[in-house]
Design a protein around this ligand. Structure first.
Ligand code: FES
Ligand code: FES
Length: 187
């Protein structure tokens, strides 16, 4: 069961189906539903969705765009990074309800329609900038925005502006090289 499902069910935990376990908290009120229109990777969506659903859960559970990864689910790791109107955002901290009228880009929407990789994706391959790959979709999308923002004048600047994306495999030197290579048009 996902966090959004638990919230939509009024905060009843899966091992407490009757919801009669005493707690210190009042049960959550039923979630309001809102109408949201947005584009994801160029495709238009008009949805009626709980006001509590995060963009991350909606992308993964409803659209099945599982390239966007869930790490900490609290804004600390960057694994869930997507672009919203060209800006990098932690999708675990953003509600779908906040995305009305927005253009969302996930890792699935970065390559060209013919499957040709985005230069940043190619740079990550060329520089061997991953090990397990769990952080990679978020790193790549963050790198795209980092380059567009112009924060690539030195390795130190790239490290600073990519510091919101953690890599447990510690592929940081290669990630920095990939961002610099893509920024310099070397791919
Ligand atoms: S899963 Fe969103 S920042 Fe970690
Ligand atoms: S490549 Fe494994 S967490 Fe970054």
């Amino acid at each position: 069961m996902t966090r959004s499902q638990i919230l939509n069910d009024g905060g009843v935990a899966p091992d407490d189906p009757a919801g009669d376990t005493p707690t210190n908290q009042e049960p959550l009120a039923p979630a309001l539903a809102v109408n949201v229109r947005l584009h994801v990777n160029g495709a238009q969506h008009a949805v009626h969705v709980s006001a509590r659903v995060t963009l991350l859960d909606w992308l993964r559970d409803d659209l099945r765009l599982t390239g966007t990864k869930k790490g900490c689910n609290e804004g600390a790791c960057g694994a869930c990074t997507v672009l919203v109107n060209g800006r990098r955002m932690n999708s675990c901290l953003m509600l779908v309800a906040q995305c009305d009228g927005s253009e969302v880009t996930t890792i699935e929407g970065l390559a060209g329609p013919d499957g040709h990789l985005h230069p940043v994706q190619q740079a990550f391959i060329d520089c061997d900038a991953f090990q397990c790959g769990y952080c990679t979709p978020g790193q790549v999308l963050s790198a795209v925005a980092c380059i567009q923002e112009g924060h690539t004048r030195s390795p130190e600047e790239v490290r600073e502006w990519m510091s919101g994306n953690l890599c447990r495999c510690s592929a940081y030197p290669q990630i920095t090289s990939a961002v610099l290579a893509a920024a310099e048009g070397k791919v």
